[in-house]
Design a binder for this molecule. Structure first.
Ligand code: PEP
Length: 245
């Protein structure tokens, strides 16, 4: 399965989201084996999910807490995401890890909680530039992937997002993506054996319609997690068509 997900981060207002969904739906033709998803901010998840209903495009949240209810002011549970029509949830995005202190320990709990409420987790991993320059890329990814040893196998999308390529306009070279994606593929086999081979591995980091075709040709790349270029319905549609080709 290939999958393209738009991560809108803390952008857009509800009327802009509505205009995006109308424009994208008008052009979108689903294709077997290729999925599209949109991850808007919490405040208009319900509207986006209902506008996308029946179009084949799925709604994802950008984060959630692992407890299902209780005294956790400011948090949103997996149960609440399911309730407003979410299909899945992005977990461990580098902005969550680096700005808000997301930990691997919490990610184990969050993935299990997502499964409990039948949500598809999209686990993001990636190294910083300092870690890459020091030669630690694969060690960092190995340690971030250990989360999956503790969860055991289940439905999952993995997103490799080098932190230095997110929102910077500096996309990773195909050779760098190939090294990492084939490493992740082997790690998934080590951790989950044949279940691991079913996990799509997205690339994320300054993806645009200009560079995506080349990225999609890299072995073990099965889609993209896209920030900046996903907020324009025409660009997102082009990315989708490139993935469906
Ligand atoms: C992201 O938000 O996950 C991302 C990859 O952003 P951008 O495409 O803007 O680099």
């Amino acid at each position: 399965m290939k999958i393209l997900i738009a991560n809108w981060k803390m952008n857009m207002l509800s009327r802009e989201a509505e205009a995006f969904c109308q424009a994208f739906k008008a052009e979108y033709i689903p294709k077997d084996g290729c999925e599209a998803g949109i991850a808007p901010p919490f405040t208009f998840l319900r509207e986006v999910a209902s506008q996308l209903a029946g179009s084949g495009v799925k709604t994802f949240a950008q984060n959630a807490y692992f407890e299902s209810k209780g005294a956790f002011t400011g948090e949103i549970s997996m149960a609440q995401l399911k309730d407003v029509g979410c299909h899945g949830v992005i977990l461990g995005h580098s902005e969550r890890r680096h700005i808000f202190g997301e930990t691997d320990e919490n990610l184990v709990k969050k993935i299990k909680a997502a499964w409990e409420f039948e949500l598809l987790p999209v686990l993001c991993i990636g190294e910083t530039l300092t870690q890459r320059d020091a030669g630690f890329t694969l060690d960092i990814l190995h340690s971030q992937l250990e989360v999956l040893k503790h969860t055991g196998p289940g439905p999952l999308v993995l997103a490799y997002e080098p932190v230095w390529a997110i929102g910077t306009g500096r996309v990773a070279e195909p050779i760098q993506i190939e090294e990492v994606h084939s490493f992740i593929h082997e790690e998934l086999w080590r951790l989950w054996s044949h279940h691991g081979t079913e996990v799509p591995i997205q690339y994320g980091g300054s993806v645009t319609p200009e560079n995506f075709e080349g990225i999609l040709r890299v072995p073990f790349v099965s889609g993209g997690l896209v920030g900046g270029a996903s907020m324009d319905p025409k660009k997102f549609q082009r990315l989708m068509m490139q993935m469906q080709a």
